[in-house]
Structures are given as structure tokens and as C-alpha cells.
Design a protein around this ligand. Structure first.
Ligand code: NAD
Length: 439
């Protein structure tokens, strides 16, 4: 069993302190608020949260949880310190780190006087780079020690929801942490190993980003549901029924499908249908901020790819894929065709390898090239093989993912710039000749 100190007895801190104590760990809660310290030591919950009164009473009576304002005592008598103080918005909207900084200073000073292993694990929500830019420098300066060597460091975000916090603690949807050292990894792995949820061990910044991604996704879902509800109501419909039916599809709608960063959406349905719903909303005098933003954001993803290619100075670009997605020759509102057309207009020579579109032309299908209204000489730009495309190009743009092209593209990346909008290989990230659009 571990010995843990928890700094900040707010919603996150008190729930984790109580649950850790319930799991048999020895927990010291630390706060600057004397009222909260007294409350814990009296066996009372300092906040209103389902099931917490009973839990605090139980673990305090069992001697598993105590509270103090004595930082040195808490650090000396624990193997790891969790930091769960508030990070309210600063006036400019940035993350407010003053409480986290203050706690890191206090812990750092206590670490200076402590021998033996200790890990400082931040649980507060902080933007990517805060660990490296703020927490670690403060800890090192005040302790006179080196992070990752003389003491451990981790970032371990919390995802609980108030009102179901204890339930969420024992049945989390997600566990992720970043750690600088093996000691911290071991502490956090052991604390979580019985929770029956995959543990994602990543670098500090990725863990910081996952927390914001999670909360922003929740906010986006609420806003989307509200916007659909408003349009449904204005159409004389029950918005909740509409969303319940949508959510019953966990194969596509409520799944990881369409949740993979990459290039813009296109095709014969999504762009026109978002436009039509937006138009309907405007005729019903119902604001549709998110629908508007969706189309704008999609357009700017095409622009992003365009800028990426133009900034490289490449004059001859070979496109791998031109249809709106792999496995079809459909070019209707293909963002790749739009991107190619823009580059051509700016003097870039574009040739294209797309086995599906090529086949349609080769078979002289009456529908060959269907939906393309942006590249007049598309047929002449088609190249039969990927090898030929690479031979003739100064750079390659991977727009559609075809499994059998990966090895050839990997080799091409050794000698040519490769712009990847789809991620030809999961292990690749931007570097050298290779640039991924979102990785
Ligand atoms: N509330 C949630 O549902 C929730 C869920 C997940 C993550 N988070 C994140 O967790 C963090 C904490 O949120 P919260 O709602 O629990 O905060 P909170 O405001 O309820 O509690 C913060 C506590 O920290 C204490 N504190 C301030 N300075 C201190 C210091 N120097 N030393 C010791 N204690 C100090 C305060 O007295 C207070 O008791 C935030 O970054 C928040 O974004 C919150």
C-alpha cells in the first residue's frame, strides 16, 4: 500500500483522498483552508457529494485519512504528492497557474529537506507545456534537485464528474498519465491496476492535452445537442427524441469513427447536408453557430494543407488519392480535388495516382471523373502506378490511405518531401522530409 499526500482538498482532492484511503492507502490531505482541515479530521466531508460523508467518516475513523497544513510533515510521510488545487481562468482566458505554482514551491522546499524517493504528481487541469514550463522549473528551483532523477514527476489528469465522483473514481472511462521516471510510473500503475480500465502511459504534454481534449469534447457535445434541439424545436420536432435516436447508433455516430485527425471532410453528403441544415436554421430564424463553424473549420483544413505544400516550395507534387475517400472513384466535393485545383492555380504541377479513379477512366465508364468540377484536365493528370508518380514528382502528398502503398511511400520519404493528410504509418510524426497534417 502506498503513502500519498493530496494537496488541495477541493472536489477532486477530497474525492481522490477518500477513495485512496478506502483502497487501503495511507493518505494525508493538505490544504490552506483551516475549515476544510478541521472538517476532514472531524470525519466530515468539506463538500456535498453523493456518498462522500459516509466514506470520509469511515476512512478517518480507520486512521487512513488525516488532514494538515504542514507541508513538510505531509511530504516526509508520503511517497508521492498529488496536487489538485484549482486552475481558474486568468483574466485573459489563459490557465491560472498561481495555486499550482504556490504548491510546487511549498513541495519543492519540503523536498530539499527530504531523503528518499518522492514523486510530485499534478492532477490539476493545466495546458500542454505547463509541467515543463512552470511546475518542473519551480520544483527544481525550490528543492535544488533535478526532476526525474532526484525526485519523480508525473501528470495524471482527473476526469470525474461532480455528483457521480465516487462512482467515476471506481469506474473511470479513461486513465492516462505522463511520467518522467520509473518510480512515478510504478506508483501510478499500482494505484490504478485494479480499476479494470486500460492505462495509457504517455509523455507529460500528451497527458495534459488529453485532459483539455476530453473537456472540450464534452462541451462540443452539449453545444451540438443544444443546437440540434433548437433547430428541431423550431421545426416542430422533439429535439431530445432526435438526439436519442442519433445516439442509438454506436457503430458510427457514437464511436471513434470520424474521430481521427487528418484532412477535411467532403463527398456527396456531409458538405451539402451541413449547408442545408444551416440554411433551414436560418429560415427558421434559429442561430446555428456550430454548423457555421463546422463549414468554416473544414475550409480552413483545406487551406492548412495548401499552405503546407506551398511553404515547402515544391513545384511538382504527386497526389496519392484524389477521390473524396479511398475505395471509391467519387469526386463530388472531394477536398483533395479542391486542394489540387488550388495548387494548380498557383503554378504547382500536379499529377495523380488514384487506382479507383484511374480504373474508371481506363474502363471508359460513363461516370468516370464524376463529380469533378474543379480540375478540367483531370484525366490527363492521372498516372497508372505509384512508382511512376514518385519518379515524376518533386514531392508527394498522401491524400487517401491505400494499404499497399505504404512501403513504397516510406521509401519515397527517404528522398522526397512527403505531405501526409491521412497518416500512412502510425509511427510517423513530422520530421525530416516528412510532414503530417496533425501529427
Ligand atoms: N471539479 C471537477 O469536477 C474537476 C474534475 C476534473 C478535474 N478538475 C480540475 O482539478 C483541479 C481542482 O479542481 P477542484 O474543483 O477540485 O478545485 P477546488 O477549487 O474545489 O479546490 C481547490 C483546493 O485547493 C486548496 N488550495 C489552494 N491553494 C493551496 C495551497 N497552496 N496548498 C494546499 N491547498 C491549496 C483550496 O483551499 C481548495 O480547497 C482544477 O484544475 C480543475 O480544473 C476538476
Amino acid at each position: 500500500m502506498a503513502r500519498i499526500s493530496v494537496f488541495g482538498i477541493g472536489y477532486v482532492g477530497v474525492v481522490s483522498a477518500a477513495c485512496l484511503a478506502k483502497d487501503g492507502h495511507q493518505v494525508i490531505a493538505v490544504d490552506v483552508d483551516p475549515g476544510k482541515i478541521k472538517s476532514i479530521n472531524d470525519g466530515l466531508s468539506p463538500i456535498v457529494e453523493n456518498g462522500l460523508d459516509e466514506l470520509i467518516a469511515e476512512v478517518v475513523a480507520a486512521g487512513k485519512l488525516t488532514a494538515t497544513d504542514d507541508v513538510q510533515f505531509a511530504v516526509d510521510n508520503s511517497d508521492a504528492s498529488f496536487v489538485a488545487v484549482g486552475t481558474p481562468s486568468a483574466p485573459d482566458g489563459s490557465v491560472g497557474l498561481k495555486y499550482v505554482e504556490a504548491v510546487c514551491e511549498n513541495i519543492g522546499r519540503a523536498l530539499a529537506a527530504k531523503d528518499g524517493d518522492h514523486s510530485v504528481i499534478i492532477r490539476s487541469t493545466i495546458v500542454p507545456g505547463s509541467m515543463e514550463g512552470t511546475c518542473i522549473p519551480v520544483l527544481e528551483r525550490t528543492s535544488g534537485k533535478t526532476a526525474g532523477k532526484d525526485f519523480g514527476v508525473g501528470y495524471y489528469p482527473e476526469f470525474l464528474r461532480e455528483s457521480t465522483a465516487i462512482e467515476d473514481y471506481y469506474d473511470p472511462g479513461l486513465i492516462v498519465f505522463g511520467a518522467m521516471d520509473d518510480f512515478t510510473t510504478k506508483v501510478l500503475t499500482e494505484l490504478n491496476q485494479d480499476l479494470g480500465c486500460k492505462i495509457h502511459v504517455v509523455d507529460l504534454r500528451t497527458a495534459e492535452m488529453v485532459k483539455y481534449t476530453s473537456n472540450t469534447w464534452r462541451a462540443v457535445k452539449v453545444t451540438f445537442a443544444n443546437e440540434i434541439g433548437n433547430i428541431a424545436k423550431a421545426s416542430g420536432l422533439d429535439g431530445q427524441t432526435v438526439m436519442e435516436i442519433l445516439c442509438s447508433d454506436d457503430k458510427v455516430n457514437i464511436s471513434s469513427y470520424f474521430m481521427r485527425p487528418g484532412f477535411a471532410f467532403g463527398g456527396s453528403c456531409l458538405p451539402k447536408d451541413v449547408r442545408a441544415l444551416r440554411h433551414l436554421a436560418s429560415t427558421l430564424d434559429t442561430p446555428a453557430h456550430m454548423l457555421n463553424a463546422v463549414l468554416e473549420a473544414n475550409e480552413s483544413q483545406i487551406k492548412r494543407a495548401e499552405t503546407m505544400v506551398l511553404a515547402s516550395g515544391a513545384k511538382k507534387v504527386g497526389f496519392v488519392g484524389i477521390s473524396f475517400k479511398p475505395g471509391t472513384d467519387d469526386l463530388r466535393e472531394s477536398p483533395l480535388a479542391e486542394l489540387a485545383a488550388r495548387l494548380i492555380k498557383q503554378g504547382v504541377q500536379v499529377e495523380i495516382y488514384d487506382p479507383f479513379v484511374f480504373e474508371a477512366y481506363a474502363n471508359e465508364n460513363s461516370t468516370a471523373g464524376r463529380g469533378n468540377d474543379v480540375i478540367p484536365d483531370l484525366k490527363d493528370r492521372m498516372v497508372e502506378t505509384l512508382d511512376a508518380l514518385i519518379d515524376e514528382s518533386g514531392a508527394v502528398l498522401v491524400g487517401n490511405f491505400y494499404k499497399n502503398t505504404v512501403d513504397t511511400l516510406e521509401k519515397a520519404a527517404e528522398k522526397l518531401p512527403v505531405f501526409d493528410l491521412t497518416r500512412m504509418s502510425r509511427t510517423r510524426v513530422t520530421g525530416g522530409n516528412y510532414e503530417g497534417i496533425c501529427w
